[in-house]
Write a protein that binds this ligand. Structure first.
Ligand code: D41
Length: 346
C-alpha cells in the first residue's frame, strides 16, 4: 500500500467506524457484530502504524492519547453559556407564561419541553465537522479546557456525521452518569480502595475533571445535547426543536423525552407526565426545562443578566434535604441482633 492508497483507505475506515460507533453508542442499535467492528478498528490501527503521518485528531483511534496534564487551561466560549432561571411551583410557571405572552403579544406560545438532566454543562467546538475543543461551563464566559477528557466519551462524535456539516458549531449539552454506570463505578472504586462518589452528578464531575484522560476513559460518562451556541453553516435553523433534530442527525445523543408544547396547559401537563416518569428513567433529572421554540422570538425576549428570558427550569421538589440527627436508638432483636435506628428531626 502506498501513501495515496493509505490516505484513501484511512478516510474510508474512519467514516465507517464513526458510523458504527454512532449506531452502537448513541442509537444502541449496532449494524454489525463486535467482531466485524474490531476487524475494522484493527485495520485502521495497522495502517496508521505504517503511516503515522496520516493520523488525524478526529480518527477513532485518537480518543485516549496525550500525557496527563498538570492543570487545565482556560477556554473561552465563543458565545457565552447562559444559566437557567428557576420556577418552583405552578404559580411561577403561570407568571412566566403570562410575561412572555404579553411581551410577544401572543396567547399561544410554542415551547420545547425537555428533561433537566442533573449533570455538568459543557461546550464542544467543531470546526468543519471535527471536534476541536471542549470546555466546562465555568462562569459562562470561560471554563476549563477538558478537551482530552471529552474526547474519551464514546457518545460524543470526534467527527460529525450526516449532511450540511457546518463550518463552525458550538454544541451545548450535559455530561452525566446513568444509575447503572454509577453503581458499577462505585463498585470498582470500592474494589480499588478509592473514593466512593456520593451521587451520579459528583461522579460525573470528578470523572470529567481528571488530569489524566486515561482515567476518564474508564468512567461510564454519557452525554446529551440540549442546544447550539455559535453556528456558522448553510442550513438555516429557525426553531429550537429543529436544532435538536439536527444535532441528532449530526450524531449526538438528544433526549428522547423532548417534546414540542403549545400553550401553558401542555407545559403543565408535560411537567406531570415527566414527574410520573422520573422514577423509571435510567438517569437523574431535577426538573423540566421550557424554551421558546421560535428563535426569532428568543431574540426579541433576550437575556437578563446571565439568563435567557425565553427559558425556565421548573424544578422538582428536592429528594434530598439536610436534617438533624436527634438520637441513635439501639434496638436489640430477639436473636440478639443489634440494629441502630436514627431519629431525625422532621
Ligand atoms: O438538561 C439540562 N440540564 C439542560 C440544561 C437543558 N435541557 N437545557 C438547558 N438550556 C440552557 C439554556 C436555555 C440557557 C441554553 C440547560 C442549560 N441552559 C444549562 N445547564 C447548565 C447551565 C445552564
Amino acid at each position: 500500500m502506498n501513501q495515496k492508497q493509505a490516505t484513501k483507505e484511512l478516510e474510508n475506515l474512519r467514516k465507517k467506524i464513526t458510523i458504527h460507533n454512532h449506531q452502537y453508542y448513541v442509537l444502541d442499535d449496532p449494524y454489525i457484530p463486535d467482531s466485524e467492528y474490531d476487524r475494522l478498528f484493527q485495520q485502521l490501527i495497522k495502517i496508521e502504524k505504517d503511516f503515522p503521518q496520516l493520523i488525524i485528531p478526529s480518527s477513532p483511534s485518537q480518543r485516549v492519547g496525550a500525557n496527563p496534564l498538570n492543570e487545565f487551561d482556560e477556554i473561552k466560549h465563543i458565545i457565552p453559556m447562559l444559566s437557567l432561571a428557576n420556577a418552583f411551583d405552578k404559580n411561577e410557571m403561570k407568571k412566566f407564561y403570562e410575561r412572555l405572552s404579553n411581551e410577544l403579544s401572543s396567547e399561544n406560545l410554542a415551547f420545547s419541553g425537555e428533561t433537566k438532566l442533573d449533570g455538568l454543562a459543557i461546550n464542544i467546538l467543531y470546526e468543519n465537522g471535527n471536534l476541536k475543543t471542549a470546555g466546562t461551563r465555568g462562569d459562562g464566559f470561560s471554563g476549563e479546557d477538558v478537551s482530552q477528557n471529552v474526547r474519551t466519551i464514546l457518545q460524543i462524535p470526534l467527527q460529525l456525521i450526516g449532511e450540511n456539516i457546518p463550518d463552525l458549531l458550538e454544541v451545548r449539552g450535559e455530561v452525566y452518569i446513568t444509575h447503572k454506570g454509577f453503581i458499577e463505578l462505585n463498585k470498582n472504586q470500592k474494589k480499588e480502595k478509592k473514593k466512593i462518589f456520593a451521587n451520579p452528578r459528583n461522579a460525573a464531575a470528578g470523572s470529567l475533571r481528571q488530569l489524566d484522560s486515561k482515567i476518564t476513559s474508564t468512567r461510564p460518562l454519557s452525554f446529551s445535547a440540549y442546544g447550539i451556541g455559535k453556528y456558522k453553516g448553510k442550513l438555516k435553523i429557525k426553531y429550537h426543536t429543529h436544532a435538536l433534530k439536527q444535532l441528532k442527525l449530526w450524531g449526538f445523543p438528544v433526549s428522547v423525552e423532548s417534546k414540542k408544547l403549545n400553550g401553558l396547559r401542555e407545559c403543565l401537563e408535560y411537567y406531570l407526565y415527566i414527574s410520573n416518569k422520573r422514577k423509571k428513567l435510567l438517569y437523574d433529572i431535577d426538573g423540566v426545562v421550557y424554551k421558546i421554540d421560535n428563535i426569532e422570538q428568543q431574540k426579541i425576549l433576550g437575556n437578563v443578566s446571565r439568563s435567557p428570558r425565553w427559558a425556565i427550569a421548573y424544578k422538582f421538589p428536592p429528594t434530598e434535604e439536610i436534617t438533624q440527627l436527634l438520637d441513635i436508638e439501639v434496638q436489640v432483636g430477639r436473636t440478639g441482633t443489634v440494629t441502630p435506628v436514627a431519629r431525625l428531626a422532621p
